[in-house]
Design a protein around this ligand. Structure first.
Ligand SMILES: C[S@@+](CC[C@H](N)C(=O)[O-])C[C@H]1O[C@@H](n2cnc3c(N)ncnc32)[C@H](O)[C@@H]1O
Length: 292
């Protein structure tokens, strides 16, 4: 199981926003920006960072359903969104917010997505998730793809961990720590069993294409520098902690790696990817079949 505390989510929010692939954000804007309203369902919403990041790209009226199993994170989302908008009105449906001319209706719902895929709103124009798919087991990803295909819902999956750790300056144990970290990523993270980890994005993309979706992918590698010292420290400690837990490296080696890295790392790059999937219209499918 994993721990995603509100302070960790807050620490990474700016970097995550900067790392999102801009071409996919432009696509989302092209698709939803001029609609009357956009309904979005955010899976594993944490403290609501995706709403804050996507708000300018979607319609002026937005209806968000934030799903998360952590009551603490949903409380943090309520507070962070209220702070972001300046004020919030509690309604029967959740929170009503206004910011920069846009109106938001936000429903915060606690659920365990590993057992409750029905919680994914059937009315959502866009199903979205950030930093979630690498936690999911292949069977869970397959079940979600089947659900989306049946409903022809667009999917935006951002910042899925893809593996690869590049740090400057290099350290002889970088490769071994990164390999142990990836082993840890392929353990049970509470979303349907042993997580796909660094293979998640490839798997998701393949399953979506096989189900008939048009899929676009883009790099969203997260680059952390010394100027974000607290975040850099947290990322390095996270890597060291996970690598040590696997037992694949002597604890003293991991500890020495961490101490050197904390003292002198200038830049850390962690491979991530974004994906946008949509379903061709029936007429397009008929034309494709005819042309084949
Ligand atoms: C890496 S955090 C990402 C949070 C948020 N999307 C963001 O980018 O800031 C993963 C989130 O998924 C939630 N989560 C993990 N497993 C879940 C499950 N089985 N059901 C619902 N939420 C889950 C966690 O509580 C956490 O808030």
């Amino acid at each position: 199981m994993s721990d995603f505390s509100p302070d960790w989510l807050a620490l990474r929010e700016d970097l995550d926003r900067r790392s999102r692939a801009p071409n996919l954000l432009r696509r989302l804007h092209g698709r939803f920006g001029s609609a009357d309203r956009t309904a979005v369902c955010d899976l594993g919403a944490g403290s609501g960072a995706l709403l804050r990041a996507l708000a300018p790209y979607l319609a002026e009226r937005q209806e968000w359903t934030l799903l998360d199993r952590s009551a603490e994170n949903l409380d943090a989302a309520r507070q962070a969104l209220t702070h972001w908008a300046g004020r919030a009105v509690e309604t029967d449906a959740g929170l009503a917010l206004v910011r920069e001319g846009r109106r938001f209706q936000v429903c915060l719902r606690r659920c365990d997505l590993s057992t409750d895929l029905n919680a994914v709103s059937a009315e959502a124009d866009l199903v979205a998730a950030t930093a979630l798919f690498d936690l999911a087991a292949p069977a869970w990803i397959a079940a979600l793809v089947a659900l989306l295909a049946g409903r022809r819902q667009t999917l935006y999956a951002a910042l899925t961990y893809r593996g690869g750790l590049l740090a400057e300056p290099e350290h002889p144990l970088d490769g071994a720590v990164a390999a142990a970290f990836e082993v840890h990523q392929r353990s049970d993270k509470g979303l349907g069993g042993i997580a796909a980890g660094p293979e998640a994005q490839q798997l998701l993309s393949r399953m979506l294409r096989a189900a008939g979706a048009a899929v676009e992918e883009a790099d969203s590698t997260r680059h952390v520098t010394r100027s974000e010292a607290a975040l850099l420290k947290r990322e390095l400690e996270g890597h060291a902690g996970a690598a040590a837990e696997t037992g694949l490296l002597p604890p003293s080696a991991v500890s020495a790696w961490l101490q050197t890295r904390l003292a002198g790392t200038r830049r850390l790059s962690i491979g991530h990817g974004d994906l946008l999937a949509s379903w061709p219209k029936a007429a397009q499918v008929a034309a494709q079949v005819e042309a084949a």
